[in-house]
Write a protein that binds this ligand. Sequence first.
Ligand code: FEH
Ligand code: ZN
Ligand code: ZN
Length: 350
Amino acid sequence: MRALRLTAWGEPPTQTEVERPDPQGAEVLVRVEATGLCHSDLHVIDAAPGALPYRLPFTLGHEVAGRIAALGPDADADADGVAVGDRVVLYGPWGCGACDRCAAGRDNYCDRRSSLAWHGAGLGRDGGMAAYVLVPSARHLVPIGDLPADQAAPLSDAGLTSYHALAGLRHALGEGTTTAVIGVGGLGHLAVQILRATTPSRVLAVDVREEALALADRSGADFGSLMGADTAGVLRKRSGGAGADAVLDFVGTTETLELATGILRPGGELAVVGSGGGRLTVSKPGVLPPGFRLSLPFWGSRPELVEVVALARSGAIHVETEQFPLSAAPEAIDRLRRGLMRGRAVLVPG
Ligand code: FEH
Ligand code: ZN
Ligand code: ZN
C-alpha cells in the first residue's frame, strides 16, 4: 500500500510502498477513509535529528477515521464495543498502556510519556496517511456510526484538543461571561462551535485573516476582530468593560500571549493550546491580572473523544475542511505552512 512516510529528519515525507500490516495479538487493522493534517505534522517534519524520540521511518497521520478491516486473534472487540466493519475514529495519543492515566484512557498524560519512543499514531508509530493503519488495541477506537470520515477524523485531534482545553475552564463560562478565541483555524473554529453548543458564554474571535473571521462568524462567534494595535481595547469593550473571563490561545506566540493577558479579567482563565513558542513572564508583583490561572492543555482523553463524537453526531459541530487526495499531501503541507488553509486539511487515501 502507498504511505506518506518520514524517512529522514529535516527532509520532506515521501510517498512509499509498504506492506499492508497484518494485525497480531490485540491489534486492530483499520482501513483509512480520511486523515487530518495538523500543524504538529509540520513540527515533526521540520524536527532536527534528536529533537524527537521517534525512530525513523514511520508513516505520518495522527487524526484518522476509517473502517475496521481485521482484528488480531487477541483483540477484545466486545469489551471495547467494536467489530469488523465498524466505522471508527482513532484515539490518537498512545501511552504506555499500563499506568493509571492510560488505564483511564488519558494516554495524553501518560506517566511514562518521557520514556516512550512515540506519542501515538503518526507520531513515532505508523499513522493514518496510508490505506491502512494498525492500532495497538481496540481501546484506541471510538465508533462514529455514519459520520462522514472528513467530519470524523478532525474530531480526534482538532476537536478533542479544543474540547479538552475548554473542559478545564467550564467554571468560568457561565451566564454573562465572555470567552476570547485567538486563532480561528482547524482547532479554533471547532472551539467556537463547542463553546456555542455547551456554554452560554459570549464568544469573541481574533485572527489575522478576514476569511478566518468569516469562519468564526459561520461557527457562531458573537464578534470577530482582526489582530491589531487596538485589539485589546476593542475586545475589552465587547466584553462589557470587565475583560474576558476566559481566553483560548490557539496560536501561542508572545504577541498573542500579551493580547490574552491584556484582555483577561482578574481571576480569569488562560488556556494556551497553540505551539507558537511564545513567552510570558510570570512574576509577583507584576503586570498580569491578579488571580488569573494558566493551563497548557495537551490533546485529550478517550472519554472526552466519545463526548466530542456525540456532539458531532448531534449536529452541534461541523468541521470546515479542505480535502486533498493523499497523493497531493505535498500541496496540502505547503498550503498549511503558508497559512492558506481554511479550516482543517483532510487527506483521503486513493
Ligand atoms: C501531537 C503530538 C505532539 C505535539 C502536539 C500534538 C498535537 O497535534 C496533538 O493535539
Ligand atoms: Zn495534531
Ligand atoms: Zn501510560
